[in-house]
Ligand binder design. Structure first.
Ligand code: ATP
Length: 712
């Protein structure tokens, strides 16, 4: 069956959605074939006074924004000229509600998509505000989705039918379908039908936006009486009006039971901690029925813009094995970034050090955040603490599984399979996340070990330098010892030098031991990397999910049939048994395989962290000590040179046995002096090499005020 207006035509089966006032169809322009959406108002709707019918059209003609549905024209239905048809741009992605109903979004949208919704709604609502329009029916069903040329979603506010009708008690019923999103004052009037004197301003939209954002972030409605908002309207009203300040959700878990208030987004929500805290702040201030305490539109707009203008920096805290998203403004200094990192990890800025793409990342606190490298979830900046840090990673909390209906009931089985579909999607996400964290831990520790390795080499160079200087000093000391005992300024460094000579092999072997340990760590890491590479848990979970989705589709078909035939019923029952087996396997795979392997890596992290920390602090100590030794040896050299100079100056010809002997001694002295100069030059060269190695040194200068090992 087809219907048409003067310029557009559509099939009845191409229905995009049906609301309380109208049905929306996918239609085509007769002349161009262009796809449009036509909203055909139902009988109840077009029997309203003409001006009321025209309000939505009039309002739409005034609006023009990418996040507001584009109005094209108003036409009349060919079959019934009284019936108005609103023609608008077609959004192929359905509504945000359709998206939330997909099992993969049972626990809310992923962070990137959530931010798109946030941006579109805030910008769209701002445009309405600029034109003095209060929508009064904001909800996921009234946000339609278009897929942009870049593949990203664009959400558009639609359905402007409710805006003026709120002032008209007779047509108030049109709001009935959206009571879950209603501001408490409207709820009282529209749902409980109690007179309400207050005038409704923009805060009613802000409340609905708050409920919508909560649902988009979590997949569930924030205010939930036992049995659902529609079944228990009195409790619903109690929840939204008695909600304590700053609470963002209220749930009644048992019939007639207490209401559990929530001040934070639930654990299963997919948003990062960094975004959650910012969103919770917004929600607490717009889900506020007290007009005096509720944010005004300007505050809401400023707070949401502040979130949207921030850039996201992915940070993985290696010793703690936790992933973080740090939201900062591009114009903030790096020191602000350090503080945000501290807020999420507890690691103080003075002990933070970073690595990126396998190399140390020196960060200057006075520079702008714009200088930070671009990060992704897979390519984060690794955070290391100079202090030992406790493991902070917690095993992920499993989603609550619904109870399997014991009896044969197509409806209950369908609901069960649908929920299970959502639950297993969450399991799959968790498996992905654990896998990714294992990968990041191994990658991060590989670089960390390499950096300690460089430090080890630097220290080994210092040992070599000390040894060279020591040998040169010792040989000179031996020469000087041949001088007459009563020679003034005769050097007596021998004891000190022998003591250093005695200790040096100990340091040398200490460093070799570290190098051995590092090699051992690399081998340990390689074993874990091999286990990770062979891990098929993601594929196994995905294949189980596929089977559960197939069972769910089967149950969806079965639900549509009033009564199943004998064979269909048998198949349904077998499928239910299979479903139970798959679910058991999902949990087994997660707990005994994925979680177990993840815990193994976490245990290794603790060992690796403490070993590397121990090595680094010893190396730091060694470095400082060697620099001190080098200074002492240099002093000794200077003293020896001074003595030599004096010897040469004080030599009197009569004191010597003969001219020949004198010449011989002078020659020897000169040669020695030349040799020393050569050694000194070589050492200077070595110093330069070591300094250039120092640029790769893992002990980064993050804050110039932080005490650094001597000589750096
Ligand atoms: N332009 C569009 N492109 C694609 N789908 C659309 C469009 N407009 C609306 N829809 C779909 O049609 C559904 C109903 O549209 P709309 O909300 O305008 O109707 P309504 O009768 O006013 O509904 P309500 O019960 O919310 O008052 C939407 O939820 C959406 O799924």
């Amino acid at each position: 069956m087809m219907a048409s207006t003067e310029n557009y035509i559509w099939y009845h089966e191409d229905v995009l959605g049906q609301g309380a006032t109208a049905s929306v169809y996918k239609a085509r322009a007769k002349k161009t074939g262009e796809l449009v959406a036509v909203k055909v108002f139902n009988v109840a709707s077009y029997s309203r006074p003409y001006e009321v019918q025209m309000r939505e059209f009039k309002m739409l003609t005034r609006l023009n924004h990418v996040n507001v549905i584009k109005f094209l024209s108003v036409e009349e239905l060919h079959m019934n000229r009284d019936q108005k048809v609103l023609v608008m741009e077609f959004c192929s992605g359905g509504s945000l509600l359709n998206l939330l109903e997909k099992p993969e979004n049972f626990y809310g949208l992923p962070e990137s998509e959530f931010l798109i919704v946030l941006r579109c709604v805030v910008n769209g609502i701002n445009h309405l505000r600029d034109h003095g329009v209060v929508h009064r029916d904001i909800k996921p069903g009234n946000l339609v989705r278009k897929v942009g040329e870049d593949g990203c979603s664009i959400y558009k506010i639609t359905d402007f039918g409710a805006a003026r009708e709120l002032e008209d008690n007779e047509t108030f019923m049109s709001l009935y379908g959206t009571e879950e999103y209603l501001h408490p004052d409207l709820y009282m009037r529209a749902v409980l039908r109690k007179p309400q004197e207050k005038s409704f301003n923009v805060t009613v939209d802000l409340w609905s936006i708050g409920v919508t954002f909560y649902q988009v972030a979590t997949g569930t409605l924030p205010f939930m009486p036992y049995g659902g908002p529609r079944k228990n309207q009195q409790v619903m009203y109690k929840i939204i009006t008695e909600k304590p300040e700053r609470a963002i959700a209220g749930v009644q878990k048992t019939e007639g039971g207490p209401i559990e208030w929530r001040y934070q987004l639930p654990y299963y929500c997919q948003l990062s901690q960094g975004l959650r805290v910012q969103l919770e702040q917004v929600l607490a201030n717009i889900l506020e029925s007290n007009q005096e305490k509720c944010w005004g539109f300007d505050q809401f707009f400023a707070a949401t813009q502040d979130i949207l203008q921030r850039i996201k920096v992915h940070v993985f805290s290696l010793q703690q094995a936790t992933a973080h998203c740090i939201y900062v403004h591009i114009y903030n200094t790096v020191s602000i970034f350090f503080e945000e990192v501290q807020a999420q990890t507890g690691i103080a800025p003075e002990v933070q050090q970073y690595m990126f793409q396998g190399h140390p990342l020196p960060l200057d606190p006075s520079k702008k955040v714009a200088h930070l490298p671009r990060t992704t979830e897979e390519q984060p900046i690794f955070l290391l603490s100079r202090q030992p840090e406790k493991m902070a990673a917690l095993p992920p909390r499993e989603p609550e599984s619904p109870v399997i209906p014991v009896r044969f009931d197509v409806k209950a089985d369908y609901i069960f399979s649908r929920t299970m579909d959502g639950v297993v999607h969450q399991y799959l996400r968790m498996v992905h996340c654990l896998h990714q964290h294992r990968e990041l831990i191994l990658r991060g520790f590989y670089s960390h070990i390499e950096c300690v390795h460089v430090e080890c080499n630097n220290t080994a160079h210092k040992v070599a330098m000390v040894n060279m200087k020591l040998l040169s000093c010792l040989s000179m000391e031996e020469t000087l010892e041949q001088l007459p005992r009563d020679f003034p300024d005769a050097s007596d460094n021998m004891q000190k030098l022998s003591l250093i000579q005695e200790k040096m092999p100990m340091y040398g072997s200490g460093i070799r031991e570290f190098q051995g340990k590092l090699q051992h760590l690399h081998m340990d890491l390689a074993k874990h990397s091999e286990t990770l590479a062979e891990d098929r848990s993601i594929q196994k979970m995905a294949s189980l999910l596929e089977k559960i989705v197939a069972a769910h589709h089967q149950f969806r078909k079965d639900r549509l049939n009033e009564k199943l035939g004998y064979n269909e019923e048998q198949i349904h029952k077998f499928e239910k048994i299979n479903l139970m087996i798959y679910i058991k396997r999902v949990k087994g795979l997660f707990r005994e395989d994925c979680l177990q392997k993840y815990q193994n890596v976490l245990t290794a992290v603790q060992t690796w962290s403490s070993m590397l920390h121990d090595m680094q602090s010893k190396l730091e100590h060694f470095s400082g000590f060697f620099l001190q030794l080098i200074a002492e040896l240099q002093m000794c050299e200077r003293h020896q040179t001074k003595v030599l100079d004096r010897v040469l100056a004080l030599q009197r010809p009569e004191a010597m046995e003969g001219q020949k002997k004198k010449d011989h001694l002078i020659l020897r002295m000169k040669r020695l002096r030349d040799e020393m100069e050569l050694v000194a030059q070589e050492m200077q060269n070595n110093n330069r090499i070591i300094e250039s190695f120092g640029a790769f040194n893992a002990r980064l200068v993050i804050d110039p005020e932080v005490p650094q090992p001597k000589g750096h």
